[in-house]
Ligand binder design. Sequence first.
Ligand code: SAH
Length: 340
Amino acid sequence: MDKKTIAGFLPEDLIREFKIFSQPGYRVGQLLCWIYKKHILDFSLMTDLPEDLRFNLNNFMQPVSLSLRKESVSADKTVKYVFETGTGELIESVFIPLQKRATVCVSTQVGCSFGCIFCASGLNGLKRNLSAGEIVSQLVCIQNKHPLNPITNVVFMGMGEPLSNYEQTLKAVRILNNPECAGLGARKITISTCGLPDKILQLSKEKIQIELSISLHSADDALRDKLMPVNKIYPIEQLIMCAKKYTEITQRIITFEYVLISGINAAKHDALKLAKLLAPLRCKVNLIPFNPVQGLDFLPVSLSQVNIFKSILENKRINVTVRRQRGVDVQSACGQLVRG
Ligand code: SAH
């Protein structure tokens, strides 16, 4: 029989599971405390749980459903992890420590079906969705490796499109947010999407204050069609209308991600068109210097190109940040995650 993965349960659902072990509900709190607060994943070390419960847990449950296969540490201390799922696929996640925070970037799918032409994750198409348990397991396993470095932020920016795996992604968000589980503030959780309007609207009604990032990458339909085939189904106007609705319903600001690729979308006229498109919205722009991907010919931009692009937007009163490149030497930066 397949073991059930504890990282995939909200406390109230786990209490129901515990009834078959004839155990009172408070045992769930003790178990979750070991996993999420003490970062212990071995049932035999959970000394305040009765022995028969530990025996049953060992036979019927597992804390996480991933096995660590490889870790690569970058010169900047970013760590890329390769995990194997219970069904033998490989997925990647990234640990990004900063002075006072630590961010984990999680994957939501094995591969990706959206085929953005500058991204490694979609090169082999989509194999399958990850379950909430597999998504949360990435954080639990990584926290277990860094017990003294509490994970403060989670970004759904690894392999896959989170909103096309909507149910499991949202369940993972709720588990990460639950105080008995990872206990991360909703505002410390960011979902990044290639721009699926129906799902963005659905998200706006969830009553959970997470951050939303939309990968825009061009303000021009003809160019965005080429860069992100999803644009042929949901063109820019439709996406922007829906983003506007999202900000109205949630009263939250959206971040638009814009990967800068030399000779493609990084010229002055691209910046001016972007500024005009976003002017009516409550939003911010996050510029991402393109990270090289093996087998793809795109060229990164220079620092001065980034700065010129940034100042054009700022002159039009748009709030802009530039994403720091982390872990490029171990292929763990945005767009470099690939497996399957
Ligand atoms: N499917 C989601 C998550 C993707 S990864 C989405 O599309 O938003 C997070 C960000 O990295 C996205 O904005 C993505 O477009 C960007 N990205 C992809 N490939 C990249 C590359 N080679 N260099 C820099 N950013 C890249």
